[in-house]
Design a protein around this ligand. Structure first.
Ligand code: UD1
Length: 353
């Protein structure tokens, strides 16, 4: 295995905050495969330290890694000692329910740490930033598919609010960096804000995937645990919505497709230094909860024990992406089907047990 020094010798370094998490770990692999040196910053509050070894196994090289909160800038002097080409900022808490119970934590982590991180990036002249946003910023959209021009709705949870505010922070930071550029040329940064729809699946090797702590609140990890017999049954949250089969509709995309979108966004910023833009990342297709169950069963041959239960408060009825802008500007679109994503999620579930 190559050492992290060898890794740095020829490749642009890209800081990946939250790089041991679900999307961050897959993006670290995609970055390496595209010629970059991912540098992981993760405090492992919601991820396993063993993920780093798994990423290293997939890429065949040692990683540069900092086991700290990305807002703890005093512990990151080594990180900034060598040139950083760009950063992808994933680090955030992401549970809608927990955010309602612990709003202070969500503000402190998703916004406080982020603000420290962005200020450090700007003061070290890091040119490119890719940010993890969410389709949650659209709330219940007025029309479907939802495009980037759709108005943002008032957030229904502290989590959703932190994504909207994170986007706004970057708008201000981008403007400030370009104002400063007039006196300090080269200080203007570029930012790509990526609004994810519903990422699912796992790396086809089953070496990395989603590792929810405790009871999963998201559909696919709960579904695979129910199929594996680790949960009695999946409860479908409501079948009386105004959709084709009465269950909620979402735009599910494979996490490896999503990881590749981050590389495409970074390359877009390299070609368009100082740019600021927002992109939906989704497949463009909506699938109901029952579609997901049926597709999982067809892909794996494994039955999902499930029953219809009450609605979950706060759920949007239907949301899926207009994905054309990412195709036109980033040259990115999803390549992997729902079927493949669910088969990969199942392979991962069987591996983690
Ligand atoms: C939510 C957030 C999203 C966030 C994501 C990750 C909103 C509107 N969306 O997505 O921003 O990035 O969580 O934490 O705030 N379902 C069941 N049974 C279950 C679990 C889920 O039927 O046990 C249904 C839900 O009602 C929903 C669909 O499955 O219709 C997907 O749910 P989930 O995976 O939790 O994601 P979102 O709520 O769409």
């Amino acid at each position: 295995m190559k050492s992290s020094d060898d890794l740095h010798a020829n490749r642009p370094r890209i800081a990946v905050t939250g790089g041991a998490g679900f999307i961050g770990s897959h993006t670290a692999v995609a970055l390496y495969e595209s010629g970059y040196a991912p540098v992981i910053i993760d405090d492992f509050r919601n991820s396993a330290a063993g993920v780093i070894g798994k990423i290293e196994g997939l890429i065949g090289a040692k990683l540069e890694c900092y086991a700290v909160d990305c807002g703890d800038i005093a512990s990151l002097s080594q990180l900034f000692a060598a040139p950083l080409h760009g950063a992808i900022h994933f680090a955030a808490d992401k549970s809608v329910g927990d955010s309602v119970a612990e709003p202070e934590q969500y503000f402190a982590n998703n916004l406080g740490s982020m603000a420290h991180w962005i200020r450090a990036m700007r003061s070290h002249g890091v040119a490119h930033l890719v940010f993890s946003s969410s389709c949650t910023v659209y709330g219940e959209p007025d029309s479907l598919p939802v495009d980037e021009q759709a108005p943002l709705q008032e957030a229904t949870s502290p989590y959703g609010y932190t994504k909207q505010a994170g986007e706004q922070l970057l708008r201000y930071a981008h403007a400030a960096s370009h104002a400063a550029d007039k006196t300090t040329p080269g200080s203007g940064m570029g930012a790509a804000l990526l609004r994810y729809f519903n990422p699912i699946g796992a790396h086809p090797s089953a070496a990395i995937g989603e590792l929810p702590l405790g009871t999963p609140s998201n559909l696919v990890p709960f579904l695979t645990q129910a199929a594996a017999g680790l949960r009695d049954e999946l409860v479908v949250f409501g079948n009386d919505y105004p959709t084709a089969d009465g269950t909620c509709v979402r735009d599910y995309l494979h996490v490896c497709d999503l990881a590749e979108a981050h590389v495409a966004a970074l390359q877009h910023l390299e070609k368009n230094p100082g740019d600021f833009d927002v992109f939906n990342l989704g497949s463009g297709s909506g699938h109901s909860v029952l579609d997901v169950i049926r597709t999982f069963e067809a892909a794996t041959g494994v039955a999902v024990p499930h029953r219809i239960g009450p609605r979950r408060p706060g759920d949007v009825i239907s949301v899926y992406a207009a994905a054309q802008k990412a195709a036109d500007i980033l040259g990115w679109q999803t390549k992997r089907s729902l079927h493949v994503a669910l088969a990969d999620a199942w392979r991962w579930q069987q591996q983690v047990g």
